[in-house]
Design a protein around this ligand. Structure first.
Ligand code: UDP
Length: 416
């Protein structure tokens, strides 16, 4: 590997060559569209921060289109290597060809790595294969677990759970986002506790920090006077958007002035594409909005550049994260780092991030009435919103990416 400025020296050196395996997510896709979300953001930030700590990183991912450039340098000492995958819909085969191509690429280019880090279960399967063939340890981050998707999202996949068990048994180390995820891996996957390390994802405070509310509204062309409720996320049943729409319809039915004075902004999805509007979840949400007659106060804005999101959080009065399950919930953390008042469901990683009544509020999972009540209380109480926002900003300081990346790097070190 030829890299610029390598900081190699002595026993305490942090220098190591890292191969990220990410079959599913590429850090160069548009966040918030289709399946691109937290995992892509995580990869981007973790890799850049590891490189800043002195370790060059190669991210192996699938080529988006056949003509995609193979290797792109996205940051000093961070490269994205796109491998062609002929089996777009058959991921079992895709994983197999990806492993083969990755090994071939490493051999052809005479690359060597100290450690591999695989993301999501598909990459974990590749991790098993390449780590065995090259005799290099691999670390796994699941991001989400099949068993949780089944429990909360009603999506059953026996094959996925089986694969996750294999990966859990084989990986040299596993990084979990929260103590809850660690517990799930021990309970449902019989993970060896000695392999499990809790390191939460981080937030980039250079991007996510508070802005003046009025300035943000002007910048985004949002009305100054209306109270604004914000949702950010992929439009997917697991994100619980239906609950928010039901809660808004409860409030709109109860308070006659609601529609005139309040506005709900939905960020996520490629609204310029037909595919978006034909997605079953989008159709369901759209129909619900029409049925409840709240079209005039709910707006689909589509996906927004990451760099603009802090302005949306700052411009809004309450950011709602109504997910029926979240292994972590990056959107909540980014909103908190932007000083926003967050109202989230009491599930998964959101329970870890949001301390109810301290740095935000939690509502009971699946309960749109509870969501409506808590949303209304927050919308009526500007002092509480400010207090929660200030405390959220303080809490977010514990999740700086540079610190989180250093913790992950020290886990790698113990495995070399
Ligand atoms: N995101 C974005 N623009 C959008 C929608 C989402 O940049 O229009 C980003 C958002 O900032 C967050 C990620 O996508 O970093 C979503 O992460 P989260 O963990 O909340 O959800 P996931 O998609 O991983 O389930």
């Amino acid at each position: 590997m030829v890299y610029l400025s390598l900081a190699i020296s002595g026993e305490n050196s942090t220098y190591m060559k890292i191969g990220m395996i990410s079959y599913w997510a590429c850090p160069l896709t548009r966040f918030g569209v289709l399946s691109s979300g937290g995992m892509s953001v995580y990869l981007y930030n973790l890799s850049n921060n590891l490189a800043q700590l002195g370790s060059p990183v190669d991210i192996f991912t699938r080529a988006h289109r056949e003509k995609d450039e193979r290797i792109l340098t996205i940051h000093k000492n961070v490269r994205v290597i796109h491998l062609l995958s002929e089996s777009a819909n058959d991921h079992r085969r895709g994983v197999w060809t990806f492993s083969k191509r990755m090994l071939q690429f490493i051999s052809e280019k005479k690359l060597d790595y100290d450690i591999f880090h695989a993301h999501y279960f598909y990459s974990g399967l590749i991790g098993i294969e390449v780590s065995r063939k090259l005799d290099i340890p691999f670390v796994q981050t699941f991001h989400t677990l099949g068993i949780m998707k089944e429990r909360y999202g009603g999506i059953s996949s026996v094959g996925r759970k089986h694969d996750e068990k294999l990966i859990t048994a084989d990986a040299n180390g596993i990084i979990t986002s929260t103590p809850f995820e660690k517990n799930d891996l021990q309970t449902f996957y019989h993970a060896d506790p000695g392999k499990l390390h809790i390191v939460s994802p981080g937030v980039n405070h250079n991007v996510f920090h508070p802005h003046n509310k009025s300035f943000s509204r002007t910048k985004l062309g949002l009305p100054k006077a209306k109270k604004t409720i914000l949702f950010v996320g992929r439009i997917d049943p697991i994100k619980g958007l239906q609950l928010l729409i039901e809660a808004v319809s409860i409030l709109s039915g109860k308070y006659p002035h609601f529609q005139k004075n309040f506005r709900v902004l939905l960020i996520g999805g490629d609204i310029a594409s037909q595919v978006f509007w034909q997605h079953p979840e989008v159709k369901k949400i759209k129909q619900l909005i029409v049925k409840k007659e709240i079209e005039c106060c709910v707006k689909f804005l589509g996906s927004r550049p990451h760099s603009l999101l802090p302005f949306y959080y700052s411009a809004s009065d309450v950011t709602v994260m109504p997910s029926v399950y979240e292994s972590f919930g990056l959107v909540a953390l980014e909103a908190m780092a932007s000083g926003a008042c967050v109202l989230a469901s009491r599930v998964g990683g959101l329970r870890y991030l949001v301390k109810d009544g301290v740095n935000g509020r939690l509502f009971e999972n699946g309960d749109s009435l509870d969501l409506a009540q808590k949303l209304w209380e927050l919308l009526q109480d500007s002092k509480k919103r400010t207090q929660f926002g200030e405390n959220a900003l303080k809490s977010s300081q514990a999740f700086c990416w540079d610190k989180q990346a250093a913790k992950i790097q020290s886990i790698y070190k113990t495995l070399l």
